[in-house]
Design a protein around this ligand. Sequence first.
Ligand code: FAD
Length: 549
Amino acid sequence: MKNKFQVKYRNTQLAKAKGKKFDLIVIGGGITGAGIALDAVSRGFSVLLLEKLDFASGTSSKSTKLIHGGLRYLKQLELGLVKESGSERAIVHKLAPHLVHPEKMFLPIVEGGSFGKWSASMAISVYDYLASVRKQDRKQSLSREEALAAEPLLDSKLLKSGIIYSEYRTDDARLCIEVIKKAVALGALAFNYCEVTDLEYDNGKVSALRAYDQIGKREYIFSARFIVSAAGPWVDHLRKKDDSLNNKRLRLTKGVHLVFDRERLPVRQSIYFDDFEGRMLFAIPRLGVTYVGTTDTDYRSDMDRILCEESDIEYILNAVNKIFDIKPLSRIDIRSTWAGVRPLIGEEGKSASEVSRKDEIFESDSGLISIAGGKLTGYRKMAQRIVDLLQTKSKALPQATCQTDTLQLTEDAFRNYDTVMDYIAELNKSFEAAGSTELQCSYLVSNYGKTSEIIMTQARDALNEFGSWDQAVLAFEIDYAILEESCYYPSDFFNRRSGLLYFDPKRLDQHFEFVLAQFQKHFAWPQDKYDQIRELELQHKKDYMINAS
Ligand code: FAD
């Protein structure tokens, strides 16, 4: 069967979509839209998903990348939210064990911090209970000495005790792309770089939309029984187009993360720590880096260029330098950054951090349905609520019940996390002679699952054509991204297919020109187009890698 996600089929698929009336068009290719598309197509709907830039290029590649219950929501007594996201963690892990990993989180109890020993212990017991965490994974309380032994980097003058509890971590962009790929494998059509520019009405009811294909430079009109906007922070833009923007609006808050070399912040595990001003941050080690975040500040600036600012840097550096007993980190240590905007539901009189993370559905008189708020972790449940709602609105739609709780996201999926770890070790054994390392295999498998073996075999077979093993692997990762994952530009690859920008910025820097050259070769860009794209990519790199030359 043809993979309809391949770049080369784009034009024929767009032409096919033009003449069809879909059951559902989803606007937005972030995790919310991806989840809705998968849920609907798996119940038998015909589905089209349109994303104005790259899939996951909005908030869904800018999160802390945790699949978590959100301990801090307990403080706000959002028990329902904690329970739902707590239980979702284990489900999402089972759907893609190579991509959603169990992660132990360490909460240091410190002098002057937000949590006291007993309040933290009680809160985490409730957290474990609400999420039905297995006995062996429940919280573990540590004395001061044990806490210091578990994380010697913490300032011993501040540390009183600690708690270790269970969470999961992922790569948000890859999760989003895998969900979309699965939807496409089941029959949905999904196009990135296809912006919805206007809505069309029939007797006052929204029945179609105009979309501009930025790759083919053409406008299309697509029609559907239902149109759902999952445009994240852009939901209100579309509600405005629909003339249905009322008093209830989104509140956008920005969150920033900074990435450091692991040697400069060599934490042994993920840490959830105090800023001593009433907020908490995460420090998460991954491959060769540790990333730290996040901030939470109201955002009203340019929605097309959301960047890490000096005040964000100062805040995070201060927080890290207060809690860790290390040679103080400074701006020069920052390898890369990312900044995203939370599409929260506005609530009068609350500070940015206090606003609820609950999702909400807006239905307009025209029939446009919008969904915003929520979390990466809850994407499956948000999708279920939308598709259930659509089914109640039209009995002409397929009436199957939700099945995404057991729908594996990848072909030939791993049974559990142990099999993922065994696979990584086996893979390294097979390719060690060619140049692989355990770290490289771990990176490849968390990104590409069992496709890693294909990529590595291709690299080994063609090793003579490249300067190094690493470059050969990179070349076939790019091949895979373009041929199988609708990847059009180098930054699509750096940020959302490989995660190099966030988890291995050194490798990005080292192979930047090589990656650009591979793209030029694939797409046969003429020199002027190549120069133009290179300029944009350099700007992009500077935006995220603030210390890059
Ligand atoms: P987006 O990902 O923004 O997707 C909306 C998409 O719609 C965008 O790609 C946009 O380009 C597209 N779009 C907009 N207008 C149009 C148009 N006219 N035509 C076509 N497409 C359009 N959640 C967790 O569970 N765990 C975490 O660790 C976590 N950490 C976070 C940290 C930060 C700093 C932030 C900001 C959020 C975090 N979240 C976390 C929340 C989570 O990231 C978001 O809830 C989620 O990514 C929102 O996804 P979305 O699909 O609704 O929005």
